[in-house]
Design a protein around this ligand. Structure first.
Ligand code: BV8
Length: 250
């Protein structure tokens, strides 16, 4: 894939880079994106509806089983070349911050370290009433299981619609977005807030804005560069062109 020479130049000279990723970056790992039509049993449910405290209170077992289905999908998936290209960028760029909306854990699995998980992680559990971290529970036929400490229902440690993000995490992401030279928005429809405010913050502070997405989004028209391709193709091509000495097999 051909890279614009101007983009190669700015990436090669960048000191501070922020990357925001969404579900699209895991699509090539076989995880359906958040808004793709859900498959099978889940096709008739709206994910934004299910990923909410209201849905969990109304039907905790249904929401628990949806997350179990997604957790099994994640367990069966591995990072793709797009994830590994981001690990290489982190190695090469002096100040690199990876902010993800994804809850699948694939960036950490690929080796990303400067990582902010805005929406939590589907592999971790907390309890509903007191947010106790839960690593295990008594064997039971009841779903969801109960917290060993306070006996309230166990839920995934993710941020649901209508719930606040962790203030420290979103503030760290905002500070990085305000200070960066280049902001990449990769594999996200850019419609979920407050995550979608981050590229706007970067633009307000004069950053170069790069979008990587096979489809247009509401932010495409603000982009200095648009790589209209799957991230698993565009990111390895970018890394190979900027740092030709990189072993592409990583
Ligand atoms: C909150 C965890 C407030 C759960 C998720 C303004 C300000 C603040 C809030 C709001 C606001 N306006 C509206 C709100 C409310 C709401 C919101 O944003 N709604 C949207 C729908 C309008 N926001 C919230 O509720 C947030 N909370 O603000 O609280 C508050 C204040 C005071 C007191 C109490 C509360 C919480 C938001 C977090 C929700 N949780 N996930 C779970 O996963 O189950 S968000 C969910 O959407 C996922 O995390 C997902 O990552 C995220 C974003 O979606 P995308 O990642 O973009 O995925 P999508 O499918 O949409 O798009 C995929 C893209 O990939 C596409 O563009 C496609 O073209 C592209 N693609 C496909 N293949 C590829 C590809 N790209 C590259 N390569 C490929 N191969």
């Amino acid at each position: 894939m051909e890279m614009p020479s101007a983009l190669i130049e700015v990436v090669r000279n960048a000191r501070r880079v922020v990357v925001l990723t969404g579900a699209g970056v895991s699509a090539e790992s076989g995880i359906p994106t958040f808004r793709d039509a859900q498959t099978g049993l889940w096709a008739r449910y709206d994910p934004e509806e299910l990923a909410s405290p209201r849905a969990f209170k109304r039907n905790p077992k249904l929401v628990w089983q949806w997350y179990q289905w997604r957790r099994d999908l994640c367990a069966g998936s591995t990072p793709n070349p797009g994830h590994f290209a981001l690990v290489e960028m982190e190695r090469r760029i002096p100040e690199f911050t990876l902010v993800t909306q994804n809850v699948d854990g694939l960036h950490a699995l690929a080796g990303s370290r400067q990582l902010l998980e805005l929406h939590g992680n589907i592999g971790r559990y907390i309890c509903y009433d007191r947010r106790h971290p839960v690593t295990g529970w008594e064997p039971t036929d009841e779903l969801p299981p109960r917290c060993p400490i306070c006996h309230s229902l166990v839920r995934p440690d993710v941020v649901w619609f209508g719930e606040q993000l962790d203030a420290i995490v979103i503030n760290r992401a905002a500070v990085a977005a305000e200070r960066c030279d280049i902001f990449f928005s990769i594999g996200t429809s850019s419609i979920v807030y407050p995550a979608a405010l981050l590229p706007q913050l970067a633009l307000e502070h004069g950053a170069i804005f790069v979008e990587v997405n096979p489809n247009p989004t509401p932010l495409t028209r603000f982009a200095d560069f648009v790589l209209q391709a799957p991230s698993g193709v565009a990111l390895p091509a970018l890394v190979q062109t900027v740092w030709p000495e990189v072993d592409s097999g990583s």
